[in-house]
Design a protein around this ligand. Sequence first.
Ligand code: GDP
Length: 365
Amino acid sequence: MEHPENNEEYKGLTVNSGVGPVSIVNPYLKHGRFARKKLSAADYVEGILKGNVSILGQAVTLVESTVPEHHQMAQEVIEKCLPYSGNSVRIGISGVPGAGKSTSIDEFGIHVLKKYGGRLAVLAIDPSSELTKGSILGDKTRMEKLSVHPDSFIRPSPSAGSLGGVARKTRETIILCEAAGFDKIFVETVGVGQSETACHSMVDFFLLIQLAGTGDELQGIKRGIMEMADGIIINKCDGNNVEKCKLAATQFRNALHLFPMPESGWLPKVLTYSGFYGYGIEEVWNMVYEYIDFVKKNGYFDYRRAEQAKYWMYESINEQLRRSFYDNPTIKDMLQAMEKSVLEGHKTSFVAAKQLLDSYFALLH
Ligand code: GDP
């Protein structure tokens, strides 16, 4: 059927072809005087030790890169920064999506910078970022105040690879940040599954953000996660939610008493607060610093960091072994065929795994 728009009298509606989209990148830029100078490992280290945030950012990008040459240079930079690292307080902050992590971190960050001075880096571990092609954690736009603070550095989760890989990169980034003079490190992680364990393995204090719900809060929480927490804070304690939060706090306190005393000798505290309205934030941070004082005095602070270093040595071995295996071209070819045989039921998974590993070890000789 003829459309009325095509009628003579509608001539004004004819759409003319326009111009194509204009490139947002200046095509001459890379040849011009603004081209970025290629930095050497020594340049990175020098910039980091001077506290240059732009160079720190570039070094973190290097750490996150999957290009083998970058990996080598990143390791060199980390090695050189290592003696200047360690002088910080590292706090893990975990909670399910919607618990109020970013709202809270924004407030917490401003609070600690105001009260204790220094510089704050906010990093994140989000293993799902590879799937979603973008991290929902450590996003600057979600931390409005902190993102414009001159003493803060916010970095979203590295996105490449397995959880182990993501976590290792975050740990290496901590080293670079500390060498750059950041004496407060927040590591944000989403409260589902394994990422908490990874986060716990690199922080001095693990803060768990919880919400008061229907009265059966404790049901949804995995025991392991509660045992990891050095402090549980119940958010959104404002408006008509205050009573519910207080009740939830009592339930958490009771539940914590059922667990054995943590190795640190510190009985985790349960507090209520409101990240949005800023209630109770002072108390949360008094608790964190009280804990840090406590474990520094009883030696647990250094012990935990040493144990973490050991843990990361094994993690690093595991990851490199895995990479060496899966990146081997012969194994890569074999894997496809083996996978097919297993799927079609011609081989059991154990036989296939053994044959692959035997071939791999034979290749090493
Ligand atoms: P995240 O996913 O854990 O980072 O959570 P967000 O910080 O994005 O917060 C999720 C939602 O909860 C947002 O709509 C916030 O405005 C709201 N929220 C965060 N903190 C509070 C609080 O203390 N009180 C109340 N009433 N709402 C809050």
